[in-house]
Design a protein around this ligand. Structure first.
Ligand code: HEC
Length: 175
């Protein structure tokens, strides 16, 4: 039944003039090709789990999406912060923090493997201040960025999903 609601914005995006001059179809090509966003992001079950799943990212305004692409360090939602551990022998592992207690840390690494570490075995652990996402300022043209933003804007959350992931506008990163 929810499929009906999900389909509406997708069909609407195809039927109406593209938002802010972007072409969602070309945005999809850039997302999966030139931008290689798919190597870090997942949309509707397709892509990597390293970065946040963007299946409902259309809840963000086009301005917020553009900032995420051009200046990834500007705003990082707390749930998206990247965790980093350094073992006593110097091996660094980055990924998404799943759980942390007094003695151990569990995370998903870049290759999507579940990893568990004993804090006693670590030299250092904590959140990264910078986003691992590169800025696309010099990699994509303004038109290409607008196309990707138009593509991402088609992925609206289904009604009633608000608050499920606690995803409001991204909180400003601490300075
Ligand atoms: C090297 C991996 C990597 C690549 C490549 C990458 N991203 Fe990201 N992206 C991330 C990570 C990690 C985050 C979470 C931290 C942050 O917000 O910067 C993120 C955050 C985002 C966000 C904000 C998500 C949110 O919930 O706030 C958007 C939108 C986004 N990326 C879009 C893109 C697009 C579009 C591309 C391709 C043009 C791209 N990303 C390429 C890793 C990547």
């Amino acid at each position: 039944m929810w499929i009906k609601f999900v389909m509406v914005p997708i069909l609407a995006a195809g039927a109406l003039p593209a938002q802010s001059g972007g072409d969602p179809a070309n945005g999809k090509l850039i997302f999966e090709g030139k931008g290689n966003c798919i190597s870090c992001h997942r949309i509707k079950g397709n892509g990597s789990r390293f970065g946040p799943d963007l299946s409902e990212i259309g809840a963000r305004t086009p301005e917020q999406l553009q900032t995420s692409i051009l200046d990834p360090d500007a705003e990082i939602a707390p749930a998206n912060r990247i965790y980093r551990v350094v073992s006593k022998n110097g091996t660094t592992t980055v990924g998404r923090l799943l759980n942390e207690d007094t003695f151990s840390v569990q995370m998903i690494d870049k290759t999507e493997r579940l990893r568990s570490f004993q804090k006693a075995d670590l030299r250092d652990y904590g959140f990264e201040a910078h986003s691992p996402m590169p800025s696309f300022k010099d990699k994509l043209t303004a038109q290409e960025v607008a196309d990707v933003v138009a593509y991402l804007s088609t992925f609206k959350p289904p009604p009633g999903a608000r608050g499920r992931g606690g995803r409001g506008p991204a909180a400003p990163a601490p300075h």
